[in-house]
Design a protein around this ligand. Structure first.
Ligand code: ADP
Ligand code: MG
Length: 393
């Protein structure tokens, strides 16, 4: 990509920056004085790059740029700032700006930003191994972990299950953190994602299995994680459609796709449940948890969901509770498929970033998680070495 007469749009409220850019590129560059003008200018699709002047170089103004990215996800957005701070960089990245360059503007800096962008795109495209062309693989199984009550153990179940699935030789496992506002899968697995679902949503229109692969964060076990947005406000950027697209693409390249969810029975969750091969309904041994599970299951029945896909997972099964197993099964009209005891090691493991199936694989609680995995694949192999969590590094 190079700058030619008509593919670079210069946007700024301030005429002096526009003049400066015009002089620099000695051309009749298209210009706009506001984001709405810029939006009109990019509608034709001929523009490939947008150079945003210093009037956008603050955290609130840069956010308005997002609409350009949404209009044309393949646009290269470059911002010019008098001072590049890390806060500004973060806001810029979130708004879909690829590069921020420091004033004064030079042709070289713009060229460098373009090269950097092109390299990044190229790297992302080649990062993923090409899929085997000869043997078309079967689609992976989609496992959705749900519970209509927060704190009932969805994330604990989803992360431990996903790690157990990586023990099956030759099986590829991916995980999606679809708790869009408060997703903590990466925290629990001690991962620092470079990309999140926000990036996947931005790339929506040219996302394929390979590009998606490069947006995943790899855990030492081999598990690949599609991270939730880093801040609750970005949840809005992710449409149900784009999340379904991510899930469908992950199924192409993985044997199991485990999805952790939020505690809300909304359109997003229903869409996931519709596509799920297995639904793990986690229920805690307390009254509110059972009540919410009952309401959720009744809703699914009303919507004529095949409840045969739903497996009831009782969490903290040994906790002192007002209800016993039989009462829970009666209330939910479903038998308990797997039970996980309560164990202080769970909370400790979460803080440590090493789920119990790795930190204490022989514990009763780890065996509880194995019984969940068994519902899906049968008996779980032993971890391949004492340092199982390092084995694929
Ligand atoms: N079986 C268990 N034993 C002990 N603590 C548990 C168990 N399951 C969950 N917890 C604790 O409960 C809290 C909530 O679990 P989490 O998986 O984050 O719930 P959710 O994702 O449903 O909101 C965590 O702090 C976790 O450590
Ligand atoms: Mg959770």
């Amino acid at each position: 990509m190079s700058i030619s007469e008509n593919n670079l749009l210069v946007v700024d409220e301030d005429a002096s920056f526009i003049d400066e850019a015009k002089q620099l590129f000695e051309g009749r560059l298209p210009t706009a004085r506001s984001i709405s003008e810029a939006l009109t200018a990019i509608e034709g699709g001929a523009l490939r790059m947008v150079l945003l002047g210093p009037s956008f170089a603050n955290e609130s103004a840069i956010d308005t740029v997002r609409v350009l990215r949404n209009e044309d996800p393949s646009l290269l957005l470059i911002a010019v700032a008098d001072q590049v701070t890390s806060a500004l960089l973060r806001s810029a990245m979130r708004a879909g700006v690829s590069e921020v360059i420091e004033a004064p503007l030079t042709e070289e800096k713009v060229e460098d930003a373009i090269t950097q962008f092109a390299n990044d795109v190229l790297k992302r495209r080649t990062a993923a191994a090409p899929p085997a062309l000869h043997e078309p693989r079967e689609e992976g199984q989609l496992i959705v972990v749900m519970s209509a009550k927060g704190g009932s153990g969805k994330t604990v179940v989803a992360t431990n299950l996903a790690l157990l699935l990586t023990r099956f030789p030759g099986k590829k496992v991916a995980m999606v953190d679809a708790d869009l506002q408060f997703g903590d899968v990466c925290l629990v697995l001690q991962l620092e994602p470079r990309f999140t679902l926000v990036n996947a949503a931005h790339e929506m229109h040219h996302l394929d299995a390979q590009l998606l692969e490069s947006l995943l964060t790899e855990h030492p076990s081999g598990l690949k994680v599609m991270a939730a947005p880093l801040e609750p406000a970005f949840a809005d950027d992710i449409s149900t459609e784009s999340l379904m697209n991510v899930v469908a693409l992950l199924k192409e390249n993985h044997d199991y796709v485990v999805v952790d969810t939020a505690s809300m029975l909304d359109e997003l969750l229903l869409s996931l449940l519709e596509r799920a091969d297995v639904i793990l309904q986690v229920v805690d041994m307390d009254l509110p948890s059972v009540k919410n599970a009952k309401l959720a299951l009744e809703t699914l029945r009303l919507l004529k969901f095949p409840t045969s896909k739903v497996k009831l997972v009782l969490n903290r099964s040994n906790a002192k509770a007002r209800l016993d197993d039989k009462e829970i099964e009666g209330a939910l009209k479903m038998s308990i498929a797997a039970a996980i005891p309560s164990d202080g090691a769970v909370a400790a493991s979460m803080n440590e970033g090493r789920p119990v199936v790795e930190s204490a694989p022989k514990s009763r609680v780890a065996k509880g998680f194995e019984s969940v995995a068994e519902l899906i694949v049968g008996p779980v192999p032993e971890p391949s070495s004492a340092k199982g969590f390092l084995r694929r590094k």
